[in-house]
Design a protein around this ligand. Structure first.
Ligand SMILES: [Zn+2]
Length: 294
């Protein structure tokens, strides 16, 4: 389980969402066989999407974070629900790069330059889409930039993943700290100083009471209240029905071609690797549905 803890300063100037995401990143490694670099890339993106997901307003809302850089990782897609339950995938989850000049996993090298977007599906309304340039490719700085330009909210974001030798996740976590409109200037200054006290959020995430430690450090010298905490996990919501709908939407021509091959058709979910098998008979039924729709 991952865990999200949320707190706000007593004067309402700032709020923080902190997450320990070690188990979520570990599960992504297990499913996708991520390399060390990609455990860090996907781990940071999953943690960011999860934290942003729980800013959604409604139970049925969802948030997609999609990095489309020109790096070897390709497209990185993470989808979260409003409780921070998240799933993700990358075009190439096995890319391995030499360490960067600081001796760290080269996240920005794998992501590359380009754009990323945040899409929020909220009920029947048109989805909200915010498009941004990738400013660093380290993901946390990009999220900070997104909140500043697309949501006009001053934000500090930190994301971190430490890997085992075998590329599994040792510890992972992150926070999104935001200033509320009319934030008190002395509070802002204190928080800016406090941020320096946590140089590594992935190390902090490994601590016994990681959430209390991170929040009390970032809000040091300030009165604050932890207003909720909840578990979240790596969770895919794929179903047989969704695969059937996807096949129907391929249309008559494609389905007829598949049927003419006269063998079972297997589909794999890109987020959780679960497989769904369709027999020729089942494909014929779907073709009929497609015909009736058309
Ligand atoms: Zn799935």
């Amino acid at each position: 389980m991952g865990k999200i803890t949320r707190a706000i300063t007593a004067d309402g100037s700032a709020r923080i969402f902190f997450e320990v995401s070690t188990d979520i990143v570990s599960e992504a490694h297990r499913i996708h066989g991520t390399s060390k670099t990609m455990t860090a890339v996907l781990g940071r993106a999953l943690t960011a999407a999860s934290l942003m997901g729980c800013m959604l307003k409604d139970k049925t809302d969802s948030l997609t974070l999609n990095f489309k850089g020109d790096g070897p990782a390709g497209s990185i897609i993470c989808v979260s629900d409003y409780m921070g339950n998240v799933r993700g995938c990358a075009t190439d989850p096995t890319v391995e790069l030499p360490p960067n000049k600081d001796g760290k996993l080269d996240v920005s090298g794998a992501v590359g330059k380009g754009t990323f977007y945040v899409a929020k599906e909220m009920g029947d309304a048109e989805p909200y889409v915010g498009l941004c340039d990738i400013v660093s490719g380290e993901i946390a700085q990009d999220i900070t930039q997104y909140f500043f330009t697309s949501e006009q909210t001053p934000t500090a974001c930190a994301l971190g993943v430490r890997c085992e030798k075998n590329a599994d996740c040792k510890s992972a976590g992150g926070y999104i700290l935001q200033l509320m409109p009319g934030a008190d200037e002395t509070t802002v200054q204190k928080i800016e100083e406090n941020i320096k006290l946590i140089p590594s959020v992935s190390e902090a995430a490994a601590l016994e009471n990681a959430d209390e430690y991170v929040i009390s450090t970032l809000f040091k010298g300030l009165e604050y209240e932890i207003f909720d905490e909840f578990d979240c996990c790596y969770k895919c919501n794929c179903s047989r029905e969704k695969f059937e709908n996807a096949l129907v939407s391929l249309g008559e021509k494609e389905l007829s071609e598949m049927i003419s091959e006269n063998r079972d058709f297997e589909m794999t979910c890109r987020f959780c690797d679960r497989k769904q098998n369709f027999t020729v008979e089942e494909l014929k039924n779907l073709l009929n549905i497609s015909k009736n729709k058309g």
